[in-house]
Design a protein around this ligand. Sequence first.
Ligand code: MN
Length: 307
Amino acid sequence: MSGPVQPVDAAVEQGPLARIDVREGRATTVGGVPISRVLPTKGRRTVGPWCFVDLILPPDFEDPHPLEVGPHPHTGLATVTWLLEGEALHTDSLGSEQPIRPGQLNLMSAGNGIAHAELGTTQGIHGVQMWLAQPEETRHGDSRFEHVAELPVIGFPTGEATVMIGEIAGHRSPAVVDWGTVGLDVDLRGRRIEIPSEPGYEHAVIPIDHALKVDEAIVEPGWLALIPVGVEAIPIETSSDRARFLVVGGEPLGEPIEMWWNFVARSKDEITEAWRSWQAHDLDRFGPVSSRLSRIDAPAPPWLGEG
Ligand code: MN
């Protein structure tokens, strides 16, 4: 899944959060698939290293739109693919060819540059595509791809949580990330749950199928509740008896990032350079991808003006 970041998403970063803050998602499409763009959002580009969250909406099984995202590049970020329904095939310029099903994790770190394609292999896909901004130490480095077929699941009195990335209550995901990060998929079976959280991390709660009350804030599916650092547990309630939601978080990045299209960097010049490499078919930076889908051309960065 591609998830090009558009100018409307390029929020001006505000200072650290002082309290829980709720933001609506923005309805759009990626490769024809309807999504809710959860992050970046108004005034906020990052939650820990998480800099992009697209919630793919449940498929219309009468008329499912196929997921077909042809070869496209990334820099400076790791893509996190997490499906809720359906199956997809990931191929990339490292030579990876990996099917993914619900409960499994695909983690692809771009470093200086990678290209990949994603093809739905079932009718209709429901899931989430997320990016982690890579820190300075790794964002210019080698790319890598990891598929994790089995992840730890923690039982709670009222549900369970799958640890996609990071650690909670002594349960650690084997996925290798290069910054303090957590990502949980929570299946609440009851009215209330309390998720332990690392006080040094900032967090976001993203409801998938039912509205939640996060502390005192009401959050609808496809929205997010931003939670500042200093919290040791996140209290969550629902008025339904079952709710699925994500909790993502991490150590604050501590530096502003630039995002445009499929690139994450620290300056517009770096993004322009990546854009030129992709448009020039620079195979040293963005290698060939095995896919029957067409390569996706990048639009011109808006700061370069027309033509
Ligand atoms: Mn992509």
